[in-house]
Write a protein that binds this ligand. Structure first.
Ligand code: GDP
Ligand code: MG
Length: 370
């Protein structure tokens, strides 16, 4: 931590706050116990009082897993995570529904498929594919802005009767910016006015060169309505996934990304997460954003309770202390105490940031008046 209040420092040193204020005064600083001092001043004070200094590093009080890589030999193949994008009414929702319908592993008899923000299907050749069920470019860009690159493959849906539209172009730009490979799904090919060839040609103008035009972007003609071409699309996804050689280490504490979260009346805070590595287990202690928690239940998209969830699996998690934000990282830690400690540190840091911002805003306001 870069700054600490005088009182907090006094508490840590087991000294009186007033004595620290006095010492600061003799050092030429007029501060109250509630004011913060910087790290250098704090160190001077600590020395003054004859204590030993142990600078607490960020890694002792917070966790950043982004840099810690798993050794190559621990990695195992994992299913691809797919996001569907495209212009409004071109058939994103219809395609998500149709793809879900191809799942060969049906839920328990009477089990109701539920919308949890993502789902996973098992294809005829026993491959698993995870689909993010939160279409909308905002979700994609917002997650990315928060450093959560969960999507491996983007399916760009273009209605063959409508062609390239503004949100199609937007989707192309987002996908390119993210550096994620794209598969073009030319939808509504059951319609008499469908013109898939025109779609392919118009895509050239946006530097999307599909295979049929001698490029390397896979394109599939289909109809979400009749189901024609869905097999081809699934094949295309599996092929693309193979090229990407997607891997993660399953036998370790889990990391996951929050896809969506809300406060459920009966169940409390609920988050849909996508496991990025490791295996999430019931009873695990974790930190997610500024919240801590302990996994009380893991529920899949078919409403079934699971004991654990591995890489690329989307699941609902119960047992959170509060509602996290989409894009937050969930990290399993060794103990409840550690989870609380990290969450508390992050909350403090978030508060600090807010207070630190206030004077700046005031200055701006003042300058604008002047
Ligand atoms: P979204 O806004 O991209 O999610 O589009 P929707 O999935 O809601 O579809 C918009 C409309 O197009 C709905 O009326 C669908 O029934 C219709 N639609 C979607 N796919 C097809 C298709 O393959 N063929 C036909 N004829 N209609 C479709
Ligand atoms: Mg829709």
């Amino acid at each position: 931590p870069e700054a600490i209040t005088v009182q907090e420092l006094a508490n840590r040193m087991a000294e009186k706050g007033a004595d620290l204020v006095k010492a600061l005064f003799s050092m030429g600083m007029m501060v109250t116990v509630n004011q913060t001092i910087d790290q250098d001043t704090a160190e001077l004070l600590v020395e003054e009082f004859g204590h030993n200094i142990t600078r607490v590093s960020e890694s002792d009080v917070d966790i950043d897993t982004s840099e810690d890589m798993d050794p190559e030999e621990t990695l195992r193949p994992r299913p691809p995570v797919v996001t569907i994008m495209g212009h409004v009414d071109h058939g994103k929702t219809s395609l998500l529904d149709a793809l879900r319908g191809t799942d060969v592993v049906k839920g328990e008899a009477g089990g109701i498929t539920q919308h949890i923000g993502a789902y996973q299907i098992t294809t005829k050749d026993k491959q698993k594919i995870t689909f993010l069920d939160t279409p909308g470019h905002a979700a994609f860009t917002e997650m990315r802005a928060r450093g959560a690159n969960v999507t491996d493959i983007v399916i760009l849906v273009v209605a063959a009767d409508d062609g390239i539209m503004p949100q199609t172009i937007e989707a192309i730009n987002h996908t390119k910016a993210a550096g994620v490979p794209m598969i073009v799904a030319i939808n509504k090919c059951d319609k008499p006015e469908a013109n898939p060839q025109k779609v392919r040609e118009r895509l050239l103008e946006h530097d999307v060169i599909v295979e049929a035009m001698s490029g390397d972007v896979q394109d599939v003609e289909l109809s979400a309505k009749t189901g024609a071409g869905l097999d081809k699309l699934i094949e295309a996804i599996n092929l693309q996934a193979e090229l990407l050689e997607l891997k993660a280490r399953p036998d370790r504490d889990a990391d996951a990304t929050v896809i969506e979260a809300q406060l459920d009346k009966g169940r409390g805070p609920v988050a849909t997460v996508l496991v990025t590595r490791g295996t999430l287990k019931r009873g695990d202690n974790f930190v997610v954003g500024t919240q801590s928690g302990r996994v009380r239940a893991i529920i899949d998209d078919k409403g079934q309770q699971l004991k654990e969830a591995g890489p690329s699996m989307p699941v609902e998690v119960l047992g959170l202390g509060g509602v996290p934000s989409a894009g937050d990282n969930l990290t399993v830690v060794e103990s409840e105490q550690r989870a609380r400690e990290v969450a508390k540190y992050r909350q403090e840091k978030a508060t600090e940031k807010r207070t630190a911002l206030a004077p700046t805003n005031f200055d701006t306001m003042f300058n604008n008046l002047a």
